[in-house]
Each structure stands twice: as structure tokens, then as C-alpha cells.
Design a protein around this ligand. Structure first.
Ligand code: HEC
Ligand code: HEC
Length: 432
């Protein structure tokens, strides 16, 4: 290890000179256009995309937390008991509702909002990956949700494959048994972002030109029809514009040697020659592979095996990018670690909870002398300042759920229909 450190300190900064971020891959079937991107931004931030108007994609993926969710939400783990070692710090979704939209008692969460069984990874660090989610189950072949035999994107469609899943998930955004017909009919009849405030300039302009969803879909796709695949195409396009490539590291490799402090450069140099960079290689700081670092008893979560069925993939999880880690409050798929420092210390051999359950290249003991520099490099050297500042393209509306009490939802329906809607809401039928 001493040799490793000496080598690290002696290694000059030009070892990383060629490592600028590659362009975001864009599948030819879904080219980026401004109309699609802004429609995707509106959909991503619209709480009305959930059945009960309480959760947007963005609720769980805030730019100022590098696309993750800082709220503390506990899932009790496999044993369904709260307050013991297998609890997971996930993200808060919706109250359980039956297919008519009536709130029902969930066996685990009762009438409180349900919580996901894994933490939210950064939605902004998955633009380059062939498979996304912690277990990679959203693969790069995107199939039309309305026609399982129609492949719409044969390659590079992971963001599209992912985007349709939360909308029908009865934990994250949906009532039980929600259908695409319900989702698309709902969108056709509401005012986009009606319950959000502080709308960013590009959204204001788009809504001024096209005030309702059918108009926005018409501008983006040439006809006003709302379909699940178009929803996915628009959201994925928006996500492909969220490239956090203005980190001090990016400026450093572009030639601004003062962009990283001497301490951060020491951290980078250690990182580059240490086994960290085998799994978290620059410039993405992930190789987008699946690995097992011994975090957890495999019986609690099969990880990648759950998606592939291969026992060799047991308890492997997607290696997260370290970009933006300085803005996260919860680390690892369990959310059980609360700082970059503790995440790095986890690689110390003494820390492993399940030592028989490890991939190669770990454990790694980071020398105490280097640790603060390594943490400084990861926390500050890899974070784009536009994220915390919510500067474009990372600007966003304020959500109703951030303000406290829920507001009533304006609809496009005439007044007598609104009266009917109130009646139906009382029966729970408003929730689509
Ligand atoms: C209730 C919180 C919640 C909501 C709402 C939500 N997500 Fe997520 N998101 C998560 C969690 C948790 C994961 C990880 C799940 C897993 O890996 O099993 C995730 C994973 C992702 C990923 C994969 C990131 C990666 O690196 O693997 C993307 C992209 C993403 N979400 C985008 C979206 C979009 C788009 C929407 C809206 C259509 C959305 N999310 C709605 C919680 C949420
Ligand atoms: C064998 C591959 C491997 C090596 C080597 C490795 N990591 Fe990781 N790293 C992972 C995986 C996999 C995860 C996610 C684990 C999980 O959630 O189950 C992770 C998670 C992390 C996280 C938390 C990120 C987040 O957003 O949750 C940090 C920080 C981190 N690693 C830093 C490092 C550092 C620093 C080193 C070197 C000391 C290192 N890693 C070495 C595979 C690796």
C-alpha cells in the first residue's frame, strides 16, 4: 500500500488528460429536439403524472441532490419489521389505492405513503448506461408498452424502458392496476403543471405556445395523440439534456490545472492508481458494470440476479457514478451510508458486513493521510455547480408536495363536469 501511495503521489496529472466526458448516446429512433425535451421536462416535473397528484418523477430525483431524494423514508426490508438491521432507506411514493382510486390499507405501510425497497440512484448519471436501475432491469431494447412485439428502439433505449415503469408502479406513482388508457386520458384533460409554481423560463414559453398536453405532444411528435411510448420518448429526451459536465474535474482535464486544488489532485492521483478506478473509471466514474461489495446478505436482495436469472449475478448492484456524490445524502442501494467519507471507509477490510460475499479488487484500505484528499476530490472535484444552483438545464418548478397542504386540481372540464368530478373524487374515482 505504501508503494501504491508513493506511485500515486508521483503520478502526474496528465494521466487523466484524455478523459473528457463522451457525448451522450442518443438512439436514432428518438433524436433530441427542443420540443420533445421541454415536453419531457414538463412531464418529469408534473405531480399529476401520479394517480393522486402527489408525486412527480422529480420528487424522487432532485437536481440539487444530484438526481436523488434527500427525504428519509424507511422500508422495513425482507422481514417487514421496522427498526432493525435489514431496514432500507428508500424513497417515498404514494399511499396505496385500489384500482378505483380508493385508499386502502397496505400490509406494510398502512395508510402512509409507501416506500421503495432501494434508494433512488442519480437519474442524471444513467445517461450513458446500457442497463439502468440498481439491478439493470431496464435494458436497452425499448418495446412499445401497448404492443409487446413492437420494438421501438433496438439499442440504447434504457432511459425509455425505465421511464414507463414508475408511472404504473403502485408504490411510486400509481393506484393498483393503473392502465395506460387511464394515464393518457388523464393527461389529455388536465392543465400541464397546474399544481406546480416557479416554472422555469423554457417551460413558461412552451406552455404559452401550447397550453395543453395534446398541443405539446403535437409540437413534439407531429400529432396530438398521447401514447406511453411518446411519454417515454419525451422524458428520455429531457434526461439526455441533463449532462453535468462542468465539474472541476472536467475543467482540469480540459487544461485548467487550477480547477482542482492540490489536495484534490492528490485525491485524484490516488483514485487513478487505486482499485477504485477499476470499478469507477474516469471520466464517468462508473464502468456501468454490476458488482458485489459485500454490503448486505444476498438473501435480502438478489440484485442483478433478479433481472438476469443468473446465479453468478447474485447480490451484484450497478456501480454508481461518483459524479455528483457530494450532493447526495444517502449512499449505496440501501441508503444506509450517509457520507462520502463513510462510503470510502466501507472499503476498509474491517468494515465488511458480508466478507464471503465480495467481488475482486476489494477490500481497499485508504491510508489515513490520503483519505481527506480523496473525499475532497469526490465530493467537490466531481460536482457540477449548476446542480446545487438549480441552473439550466437543472432548473425546475417548485412542487406542491414541497409546500405542505395539497391544492385542488384545475381541470379543462366545464363547470357542470367539475361538479361531477367533485362527486367522483369523493368516491375515489378521480384518481387515474
Ligand atoms: C417514489 C420515488 C420515485 C419516483 C416517483 C420515480 N423514481 Fe426513478 N427511481 C427511484 C428508485 C428507488 C430507483 C431505483 C430503483 C431500483 O434500482 O430498483 C429509481 C431509478 C431511476 C433511474 C435509474 C438510474 C440508474 O442509474 O440506474 C432513472 C433514470 C429514473 N429513476 C428516472 C425516473 C423517471 C423518469 C421517473 C418518472 C417517470 C421516476 N424516476 C420516478 C425512485 C423514484
Ligand atoms: C469491485 C468494484 C468496486 C470497487 C473496487 C470500488 N467500488 Fe465503490 N461501489 C461499487 C458498487 C457496486 C457500489 C454500489 C454498492 C451497492 O449499493 O450495493 C459502490 C458504491 C460506492 C459509493 C457510493 C456511491 C453512491 O452514490 O451511492 C462510493 C462513494 C464509492 N463506491 C467510492 C469508491 C471508492 C473511493 C473506491 C476505492 C476506495 C471504490 N468505490 C471502489 C463498486 C466498487
Amino acid at each position: 500500500m505504501v508503494l501504491l501511495v508513493l506511485f500515486a503521489l508521483a503520478t502526474s496529472s496528465h494521466t487523466v488528460s484524455a478523459q473528457t466526458l463522451p457525448p451522450v448516446p442518443v438512439p436514432p429512433e428518438n433524436p433530441i429536439t427542443p420540443e420533445k425535451a421541454v415536453l419531457g421536462k414538463i412531464l418529469f416535473w408534473d405531480e399529476q403524472l401520479s394517480s393522486d397528484d402527489t408525486v412527480a418523477c422529480g420528487t424522487c430525483h432532485l437536481p440539487e441532490n444530484s438526481g436523488t431524494d434527500p427525504r428519509v423514508a424507511i422500508h422495513p426490508g425482507l422481514d417487514a419489521l421496522f427498526g432493525n438491521a435489514d431496514d432500507v432507506f428508500g424513497t417515498q411514493g404514494v399511499v396505496r389505492r385500489n384500482s378505483s382510486g380508493v385508499a386502502i390499507v397496505d400490509p406494510i405501510f398502512g395508510t402512509s405513503p409507501q416506500v421503495t425497497g432501494r434508494s433512488a440512484p442519480s437519474a442524471f448519471q444513467s445517461l450513458f448506461a446500457p442497463n439502468i436501475f440498481w439491478d439493470g432491469r431496464a435494458g436497452d431494447i425499448f418495446v412499445d408498452p401497448l404492443s409487446p412485439t413492437t420494438v421501438l428502439i433496438p439499442n440504447g433505449g434504457a432511459l425509455e424502458s425505465q421511464a414507463i415503469l414508475p408511472i404504473l408502479s403502485s408504490v411510486e406513482m400509481a393506484k393498483d392496476g393503473r392502465t395506460w388508457a387511464e394515464v393518457t386520458a388523464k393527461l389529455a384533460g388536465i392543465v400541464p403543471l397546474a399544481i406546480a409554481t416557479d416554472l422555469p423560463g423554457d417551460i413558461v414559453s412552451a406552455l404559452a405556445a401550447n397550453p395543453i398536453y395534446p398541443d405539446l405532444f403535437n409540437a413534439a411528435f407531429g400529432t396530438p395523440t398521447i401514447t406511453p411510448s411518446r411519454i417515454a420518448f419525451a422524458i428520455a429526451t429531457y434526461e439526455r439534456t441533463l449532462v453535468a459536465d462542468q465539474t472541476p474535474f472536467d475543467q482540469f482535464v480540459a487544461g485548467d490545472l487550477a480547477a482542482l486544488s492540490p489536495a484534490q489532485q492528490t485525491g485524484l492521483n490516488f483514485f487513478t492508481v487505486s482499485p477504485c478506478s477499476i470499478c469507477h473509471p474516469a471520466p464517468l466514474f462508473t464502468g456501468d458494470r454490476f458488482k458485489n461489495i459485500g454490503l448486505r446478505d444476498p438473501a435480502e436482495d438478489l440484485g442483478r440476479e433478479g433481472a438476469t436469472g443468473a446465479s453468478g449475478d447474485r447480490a451484484e448492484f450497478k456501480v454508481p457514478s461518483l459524479r455528483g456524490a457530494g450532493l447526495k445524502t444517502r449512499f449505496m442501494h440501501t441508503g444506509q451510508i450517509t457520507s462520502v467519507n463513510d462510503a470510502v471507509l466501507f472499503y476498509d477490510p474491517a468494515q465488511f458486513h458480508f466478507p464471503t460475499n465480495l467481488d475482486v479488487a476489494i477490500p481497499i484500505a485508504v491510508p489515513a493521510l490520503i483519505l481527506p484528499d480523496l473525499v475532497d476530490f469526490i465530493e467537490n472535484g466531481l460536482t457540477d455547480p449548476r446542480l446545487a444552483a438549480r441552473a439550466p438545464p437543472f432548473d425546475r418548478p417548485t412542487l406542491t408536495s414541497e409546500l405542505g397542504a395539497p391544492e385542488s386540481v384545475p381541470t379543462l372540464a366545464p363547470l357542470w363536469l367539475c361538479g361531477l368530478a367533485v362527486g367522483l373524487t369523493a368516491l375515489g374515482l378521480h384518481f387515474r
